[in-house]
Design a protein around this ligand. Structure first.
Ligand SMILES: *Cc1c(COP(=O)(O)O)cnc(C)c1O
Length: 228
């Protein structure tokens, strides 16, 4: 029987074929077998939001998987993922950047990060405001962060049915990216990536220039947190 997971991934990739976006399969709470099914049909980028789960899956699964840390990251846990993580999406404080830099140095790696920007109306979501980013960059933080490469921005839109609102938030994130790219130049600041769009809103994110969509439930089905 053909795998449902493989079929969903194939469909999404087809939708992305004319766009700049690439799919990150968000496998949080899902078993290794589900990841293996996706892997078998060529998917290599996976996203997780819990450090322990990310570490366990990295240990158990093929080593050519690109692991994306998409969730809120606590400073005291950076050390567990620093040896292998491909991209850290949710960097939302200067203190966290400094810790990631420290762990990058220890592991002799330059760690790729995205700055998470607060774009939603809800104030529960993490992230920088635009002026916090410019203040940090103006202060020359990149010179301090020898083991960090900032590759772009990440944002989560408001959970709403209002499509115009979502589009406004995604296009705002893209404008901020374009503006920062223009105003700051540094070897390790190259804002190519715009991580935006999840199951409920990725077509809108793609229409606004997303380069990385983070899609979980559309591929793997609803998550059941009660069994964890
Ligand atoms: C869980 C999660 C996703 C994927 O959500 P779906 O709605 O299942 O596609 C994307 N981004 C982040 C940051 C997440 O935590």
């Amino acid at each position: 029987m053909k795998s449902e997971i493989a079929e969903r991934i194939r469909e999404i990739n087809e939708e992305l074929s004319d766009s700049t976006a690439r799919l990150i399969a968000v496998s949080k709470t899902k078993p290794n077998e589900a990841i293996e099914e996706a892997y078998a049909m060529g998917q290599r980028a996976f996203g997780e939001n819990k450090v322990q789960e990310l570490v366990d899956k990295h240990e158990a699964l093929p080593k050519d998987i690109e692991w994306h840390m998409i969730g809120h990251l606590q400073r005291n846990k950076v050390k567990y993922i620093a040896p292998f993580v491909h991209l850290i999406h949710g960097v939302d404080t200067e203190k966290l950047l400094k810790e990631i830099n420290k762990q990058g140095k220890k592991n002799d790696r330059t760690l790729s990060c995205l700055l998470q920007v607060h774009i939603a109306e809800e104030d529960t979501k993490f992230g920088f405001d635009a002026d916090e980013i410019t203040t940090m960059l103006d202060a020359g933080i990149m010179d301090e962060l020898q083991h960090i490469k900032i590759c772009g921005l990440m944002g989560m839109a408001t959970h709403t049915e209002d499509q115009a609102q979502i589009i406004k938030e995604f296009s705002g994130l893209k404008s901020l990216r374009d503006q920062l790219q223009q105003n700051y130049s540094h070897d390790r600041l190259e804002l190519k990536e715009l991580s935006m769009g999840m199951s409920g809103d990725y077509p809108l994110a793609v229409s606004q220039g997303s380069t990385l969509i983070r899609v979980g439930s559309t591929i793997f089905g609803q998550r059941d947190y009660n069994t964890k």
